[in-house]
Design a protein around this ligand. Structure first.
Ligand code: PRP
Length: 212
């Protein structure tokens, strides 16, 4: 195999699904480091090196070219707006971005929206012609309407369990989310054969998993 591909992989819940997909595409990804704290993992059998990144940082590593390619959720791509190529919908980690609130929600004079995705939320409400104050939080977003910080939130819904357990309702779905394969623009040219070969193998594995 030619040049080693540096792959920014998201640590956490997407990683297991991504490594499973890579294996289904015929790549030899060892299982034994999944619980390891190692951040740079050589995967010579697959001609790769994994850079284990916080999911929100994956597009940054790829944009700067310290990773040639990366696996990242569409939610992060929409929020971060980095200059990278989006090559393939991997069909994994499916969920959606939604507007959420308490059941009896009524428009407020000074509406506030809490979210981990301030760019996504601002764009959405601007397009709706609604003026809102967007408050950035870093987690447990569902707390905001429960304790009066905001009247609505913009957040990811996967199973809906968090909403149900906190008495919240999904008011509108903004877009569907799956993980994507992204590439650095220069790497895509210089390592085109390796990246294209990987894309082809992954592309064949995606429908087999019932993705998309
Ligand atoms: C995410 C998201 C929701 C939840 C949705 O939070 O922000 O809170 O998962 O999943 P569900 O529909 O299956 O309940 P995450 O677990 O990433 O933690 P966070 O609160 O730190 O954002």
């Amino acid at each position: 195999m030619g040049a080693v591909l540096k792959v920014a992989m998201p640590k956490g819940r997407i990683y297991k699904q991504a490594s499973k997909l890579f294996r289904e595409a015929g790549l030899t990804i060892p299982e034994d480091f999944e619980d390891s704290r190692k951040l740079i993992i050589p995967v010579p059998e697959a001609g790769m090196e994994f850079i284990m990144a916080k999911p929100v940082d994956v597009p940054t590593y790829v944009e700067y070219g310290v990773a040639d390619i990366g696996v990242v959720g569409k939610d992060v791509l929409m929020e971060e707006n980095k200059d990278v190529y989006e090559l393939l919908d991997l069909g994994i980690a499916k969920c959606r971005m939604s507007v959420i609130g308490l059941p009896g929600w009524k428009p407020d004079i000074h509406p506030r929206v809490a979210t981990k995705y301030p760019n996504v939320a601002s764009k959405y409400f601007r397009e709706q012609g609604q003026q809102v104050e967007v408050i950035k939080l870093n987690g447990s977003i569902e707390l905001a309407p429960l304790i009066g910080l905001a009247d609505r939130i913009v957040d990811m819904v996967e199973t809906g369990q968090t909403l149900r357990e906190n008495g919240l309702v999904e008011m509108e779905s903004i877009f569907e989310i799956t993980s994507r394969l992204i590439a650095n623009r220069v790497s895509y040219r210089l390592k085109n054969a390796a990246i294209q070969a990987l894309c082809d193998r992954l592309g064949m594995a995606v429908p087999a998993r019932g993705g998309r």
